[in-house]
Ligand binder design. Structure first.
Ligand SMILES: Nc1ncnc2c1ncn2[C@@H]1O[C@H](COP(=O)(O)OP(=O)(O)O)[C@@H](O)[C@H]1O
Ligand SMILES: [Mg+2]
Length: 261
């Protein structure tokens, strides 16, 4: 047990029913149509990602990574095929339902952090809990403080993003992604705006998050970042080229309660 996951209480099964993949794509396609023009940005993508995996999605510019990420993140729906997220079919959901699923099941980490500049670190981390029904204000704050402590920012609770380094801001974003105890952490070029020292720090933190049992999908075009994951999925011309779908790495035997509850 590392110092990091020693902070957590073991015991719950955060990734839903045992054996249910976190991500299950069946022949998913996405065609963008505007008037007469249509672009098949994603074709026949089938993919399974199990609870506890750490997977990188990589590919050249224009290959369809963002399209795939938007579908995986329930930011958009496919035009063909079926997507089960933690066993729940999200393929045909309307925007209101998708928003609820996103909030409940996914923690996002973006290249540009997407923190609210006027708010303190702790208030930023509390934000996703505002949309989770039934979490009282006091508990929201306690959970945010615990999440920030766990990413090493217990001494920076009241700092605003502008008073933090890039690496620290990304750690706030990771705390915000974890505070709802999601099924999936979806990180889109999480080190794209960081210098090499801060990148190393953030990647080490993601390793710890995965070691503690969280499923991570990381989108990157950098091969050294992709190498941190245990499995790499390559996208080219809208097709999944190498999914290495043999599940050589199994989920950790024990999982950790990220519920901060
Ligand atoms: N909203 C859109 N409308 C039309 N075409 C799009 C749209 N978004 C992406 N595309 C096209 O789909 C393909 C894949 O794009 P994208 O998923 O952004 O690739 P990547 O993230 O790997 O650079 C590209 O040819 C792109 O031009
Ligand atoms: Mg992109």
């Amino acid at each position: 047990m590392t110092n990091f996951d020693a902070h957590w209480t073991a015991g719950s099964t955060p990734q839903g029913a045992a054996g249910t993949p976190v991500i299950d794509l069946h022949e998913v396609g996405k065609t963008y149509s505007n008037g007469t023009l249509s672009v098949a940005a994603l074709k026949d993508a089938s993919l399974t990602i199990d609870a506890g995996e750490y997977v990188a999605i990589t590919g050249p510019s224009g290959s369809g990574k963002s399209t795939l990420m938007h579908i995986l993140g329930c930011l958009d729906i496919p035009t063909q095929g079926r997507y089960l997220l933690a066993g729940e079919d999200v393929s045909g959901m309307d925007e209101a339902k998708l928003a609820r699923v996103r909030n409940r099941r996914i923690g996002f980490v973006f290249q540009r952090f997407h923190l609210m500049s006027a708010l303190s670190a702790v208030t930023n981390v509390e934000l996703p809990l505002l949309y989770s029904p039934g979490v009282p204000a006091h508990e929201r704050q306690q959970r945010a403080i615990r999440a920030l402590t766990r990413v090493g920012l217990g001494e920076r609770l009241d700092h605003r993003p502008g008073e933090l380094s890039g690496g620290q801001q990304q750690r706030v974003a990771i705390a915000r992604a974890l505070v709802t105890d999601p099924d999936l952490i979806l990180a889109d070029e999480p080190t794209g705006n960081l210098d090499s020292t801060a990148s190393t720090e953030v990647l080490a933190l993601l390793d710890e998050v995965n070691d503690a049992g969280k499923t991570i999908v990381l989108i990157t075009h950098e091969s050294d970042v992709a190498a941190r994951a245990r499995r790499t999925i390559r996208v080219r011309d809208g097709e999944i080229e190498a999914a290495n779908n043999d599940h050589a790495i199994s989920a950790p035997a024990t999982s950790t309660n990220w519920g901060i509850s």
